[in-house]
Design a protein around this ligand. Sequence first.
Ligand code: GCU
Length: 463
Amino acid sequence: MLTSRSVGFVGLISLVVPIGNAQPVQLTPQQDRERMMGLLHIAAPLRNGADGRNTQAPNYANYDESKANPYPTLPDPLVLKNGQRVTRADTWWNRRRPEIMEDFDREIYGRLPQDIPGVTWELIGVTGEKNGDVPVITKQLVGHVDNSSYPLINVEILLTLTTPGAADRPVPVIMEFGFTGFRPPGARPPGAPPAPTGPTWQQQVLAKGWGYAILSPGSIQADNGAGLTQGIIGLVNKGQPRKVDDWGALRAWAWGASRALDYFETDKSVDAKRVGVEGHSRYGKATIVAMAYDPRFAIAFVSSSGEGGAKLHRRNWGELVENVAGNSEYHWMAGNFIKYAGPLNWNDMPVDSHELVALCAPRPVFISAGATNGDGWVDAKGMFLAASGAGPVYKLLGKKDMGTTEFPPIETGLMDGDISFRQHGAGHTPGPNWPTFLKFAERYFSNNRSLTVAVPYASEPRP
Ligand code: GCU
């Protein structure tokens, strides 16, 4: 409930300014990041990121493997903070996993607030059409976020769900974090390589008899620092800027994906125990965050997620912590994250991304990248090392790791375990790895194996 206070009288007219109803604060990304540096007592400028373009620049990105591992010793996912080794699954679930989550919450991605308002899904349109040869039904959905606590910010989550028209039972669904949500069919995001020939990913999904969904991240949270006092983050904070451990855009997007999954649980056309999540680049980062934090997601296709995603923060290759801590990307993360671009260093992080992959265990995860020539920025090997470093946790939970710690040749998938990896031969795109992912997913979706993960803890507050 809003409270009000009278701030003055003009004749008989009382000017009432409701507390909590001040206009949202407006800052540029630079101002907001500087404000955050102030909260963190960082006086000196942060270190610059790598330059990904100018080969002559002194800080040109490193692509030399002999210089890539300045900090080869990773935090051990199976050692408790008190030094004790984790040898039993229940110790992982009850003690070690919560320790790792707390570190990711506080230092890397930010905490999910306790009091996030509820979402009411509305079906605003249904169309029957054909995608390729397949008759489909597409639902346009809007998730209205209850903004009664701060009516100046309105958050409406946009989602489409497409299922085969001929399905006579609930179908598995692959949900993508769409680059623009309701992009016209065939339109390509800026900077994407030319569209591949052959069936689109949606048509490949339909060919398995499954459905697909597209979530609009921008309808949940803007992709810039100026938007942090708007969107779901701004709504919860009533238009005020973030605290040092508040959630960033990646967690906000992942939260939105979980709300879409809430909707799927109510839609009879969806087998909500078999919902996979997929995203590319910044949305590859959102994908692994969604998978790590919400145990209801059955599988993930994490495409070219790079720094801030599956890449080890401790690697010196392509994009660095310092880049993600910069003005155009820091909003993805918790405020605390920027400390590691100065005064602290990557090796000071209490966790690294192999432990993010480990948070997904025992569920299947596919880590994907393109060729170094074209997708070097995302550090395929750094992501492979994270996938490999999560192996002991998968094994502890009775699952299979990748079966090797050797980086495989390009276009050679490591697909036999429950963590999988493949570097395709093209550039910065998920395209060529879709068939590989769908084959992997088929192993889990086409048999009667239960995908419900018994998780003896509450992963996140549900509205
Ligand atoms: C930039 C950024 C990456 C990000 C990518 C994208 O290249 O450095 O971290 O993944 O944009 O989302 O396209």
